[in-house]
Design a protein around this ligand. Structure first.
Ligand code: PFF
Length: 470
């Protein structure tokens, strides 16, 4: 059943009455979907380890400031562009630019975002596959009684085996394609309505467990008592970059989701809610993880292996570790799936707009190409681990294809996308349209918002961007 017929037959999502573009069934549905996109590997895998590497509390404080001052305004801008355009990122930008007689080149923001989603999902799915395989490892009791060397070897063996990686990457991608192919209402909304509550419950169970350990206080203090002597310039920039990644900004994902947002829903309130949910999940993940790490006498600054190497050691040593370890990795898979759906959606929405391509075909062509691209990431973890395609440039020395994909998307494409989105809404789009779409209810609040988008956001993003380039 296509989206149009779904809308016509009145299933969960509604049509907007103008051409039947499907819509989320309610504000809550959008909040869950956008939170599902935002809450992902970034919150449960990346946030804890970069917080660990950057010394804790002071880093968390800077991260919170970046979310409030830069993340939320860009999210508002992106959702607004999506809702006004009512189409895929490329076509929304095309419509808005032509309405205000602006250059057609603005569609490149949408285009770049779609390319970035494509690239990110290709490696995000491989990491989602690691999480899937760790559900099995934990449930099978592989962590129990294992030494840290054995647990390290388990991770090492997974990364060095391309066939196992390909298997899990494929399972992950098939899951994501199946959900997206079914459409906004019967696919994404239904899946998200089940997955997000499951995620919250699992997270609270994990935090509850952490609270029962003697080290909960130490974990809490690590996250919330700032020690500015531990904060470096690099840490500040990492916090800003992560604010983009964790809120899924600068890539058109929030535009695509915004294009399904009913007109009567307040964009500002909704964006604030999504950002608060995302931040709360990252902090709760920290509160679930650090007490376990400290309770077992381990280091917070273990880097990317924190949840695949350090945490399993903790699960192997604690009572009930099989159950809690399995729940933890199920939580990670759920978070990764709801984000991956949002990465595939803009590509599929665009395919759907091309005449004669159904959503199902679009999901398979788009998802299938992303799956194939994922093979490059898999190979760079083993067979091609010494292959650095841009190794002739000093800054890319030793960087594998996987490293390059991660670097180019997170450090270049996302901030650039965010910068142009802020510039478009702040300086180019007609002000009355923005005011009308956002309905702040107070001229002062609207002016503050525009001031941030015009000056603060571009300046902050430029600093990160230039720093990353130099
Ligand atoms: N926000 C997701 C996370 O924190 O894992 C990752 C992500 C999803 C980034 C969607 C970008 C995106 F468009």
């Amino acid at each position: 059943m296509t989206e149009l017929t779904q809308a016509a037959t009145g299933s969960a999502a509604q049509a907007d009455g103008k051409g039947g573009h499907p819509l989320w069934s309610s504000r809550l549905a959008f909040i869950l979907a956008a939170s599902g996109s935002a809450v992902g590997l970034g919150n449960i895998w990346k946030f804890p380890y970069i917080t660990g590497e950057n010394g804790g509390g002071a880093f968390v404080l800077v991260y919170l400031l970046c979310i409030a001052l830069i993340g939320i305004p860009i999210m508002v801008a992106e959702v607004m562009i999506g809702r006004r355009g009512g189409a895929s990122p490329i076509n929304s930008m095309r419509k808005l630019a032509s309405r205000d007689n602006l250059s057609r080149r603005w569609i490149w923001i949408g285009g770049m975002g779609m390319v970035a989603s494509f690239l990110i999902l290709s490696f995000y799915s491989v990491i989602g596959g690691w999480a899937l395989s760790y559900v099995g490892n934990s449930a099978g009791g592989l962590f129990v009684g294992s030494s840290s060397d054995e647990i390290g070897a388990l991770f090492g063996n997974l990364l060095s085996d391309p066939y196992t990686l390909l298997l899990w990457h494929s399972v992950f991608m098939v899951l994501v394609i199946m959900i997206v192919a079914r459409g906004v209402s019967s696919g994404m909304e239904k899946a998200i309505n089940i997955l997000m509550p499951v995620l919250f419950v699992l997270l609270l169970v994990m935090v509850g467990y952490a609270m029962s350990t003697d080290s909960f206080g130490a974990g809490f203090e690590f996250l919330f008592s700032p020690d500015f002597s531990k904060l470096t310039t690099e840490g500040v920039l990492t916090a800003l970059g992560h604010a983009f990644f964790t809120l899924s900004l600068g890539m058109g994902v929030m535009m695509a989701y915004g294009s399904y947002l009913p007109k009567n829903v307040s964009i500002v309130k909704t964006a604030v809610t999504v950002s608060v949910v995302d931040t709360a999940v990252a902090l709760l993940a920290g509160l679930a993880i650090f007490p376990l790490v400290f309770a077992n006498g381990m280091e917070a600054g273990a880097g990317p292996g924190l949840i695949f190497q350090t945490l399993p050691i903790a699960f192997g040593q604690m009572s009930g570790g099989v159950v809690f370890g399995t729940l933890f990795f199920v939580l990670l898979v759920v978070a990764a799936v709801t984000s991956a759906i949002s990465l595939l959606e803009p590509v599929v929405e665009w395919f759907e707009e091309q005449k004669g391509i159904s959503r199902l075909t679009g999901a398979f062509i788009g998802g299938g190409s992303i799956w194939a691209l994922g093979i490059l990431t898999i190979l760079s973890l083993n067979v091609w681990s010494d292959f650095a395609p841009l190794g002739m440039f000093e800054r890319f020395e030793g960087k594998t294809i996987f490293d390059l994909l991660d670097y180019v998307t997170a450090n270049l494409m996302m901030p650039l996308g965010g910068l142009f989105i802020a510039l478009f809404v702040g300086w180019f789009m007609s002000k009355p349209s923005a005011e009308n779409e956002l309905s702040f209810g107070s001229v002062f609040a609207f002016n503050c918002f525009m001031f941030i988008l015009r000056y603060i956001t571009p300046a902050a993003v430029l600093v990160v961007f230039v720093y990353n380039l130099l």
